[in-house]
Design a protein around this ligand. Structure first.
Ligand SMILES: [Zn+2]
Length: 240
């Protein structure tokens, strides 16, 4: 089953990438952003898509959107270096998700690179690598209510270095499954709003929400966008 599943995933990613601008943000304040995973240790990283998106960002003054999870476990340090090197070679600016608003940042060829979930030690370990590239990324954090003081301190240090901190749900559940079982309002109340509130209580201004697994639908997007400026989804839930 393993190989066919990977092939299907690769085809899904490839079909998304064939659509013009599918994983590009065009500085048009469109609130639904489509990002692809570049984890290379748990999946086949879509390098053709990555290179095409970076070239398109440079040529079309758009933003290439990528994300990964746990450096050293889901994404290799080499893969991070490859993404940063490609972005640098193309002359892209590193932007956080808070900087994707047209009013906040003049349109420029850019990359919005993100790391998801709760891998504070691994993220802290790659901070010097990011700094060496003057790369600022966004950390979409989940299960923040479980963080101990050390993890919260690591997150604060990353933010102090210029990286973004944004919301990625309370318990990392599948949004469409939760919606089917309990409704959109319950998903909002249980998984979205507390994940924003806990970050704001810690002093982070939340602008964006990344759906776990990149899974969403129109009703979920609409509901969440009443509370944040933009949502992040992945191929399979990306806008047409
Ligand atoms: Zn996640």
């Amino acid at each position: 089953m393993r190989v066919p599943l990977l092939l299907v995933l690769a085809m899904l990613v490839a079909s998304c990438a064939e659509e013009p601008g599918a994983i590009q943000y065009s500085w048009d304040d469109s609130p639904i952003l489509c990002s692809v995973s570049v984890d290379d240790l748990t999946h086949v990283a879509p390098w053709d898509t990555v290179e095409e998106a970076i070239q398109r960002a440079r040529d079309d003054t758009t933003v290439a959107l990528f994300h990964a999870h746990d450096p050293g476990r889901t994404i290799s340090v080499d893969a991070i270096e490859r993404v940063l090197g490609l972005a640098d070679a193309a002359g892209l600016t590193y932007v956080t998700y808070a900087e994707l608003g047209h009013a906040a940042t003049a349109p420029r060829p850019a990359i919005a690179f993100a790391f998801d979930d709760q891998y504070l030690d691994s993220w802290t370990a790659i901070a010097p690598q990011l700094a060496a590239h003057n790369a600022r990324v966004t950390f979409f954090v989940t299960r923040v209510y479980k963080y101990d003081a050390h993890m919260l301190d690591e997150l604060a240090q990353l933010a102090a270095a210029g990286h973004g901190v944004e919301a990625h749900s309370v318990n990392h559940l599948h949004a469409r499954e939760y919606e089917a079982a309990y409704g959109v309002a319950a998903y909002l109340a249980d998984e979205v709003m507390p994940s924003i509130q806990i970050l704001e209580d810690l002093g982070y201004a939340v602008t964006s929400y990344a759906f776990p697994f990149g899974e969403s639908d129109d009703a979920l997007d609409t509901a969440v966008l009443e509370h944040v400026q933009r949502v992040r989804v992945s191929p399979g839930s990306c806008p047409d």
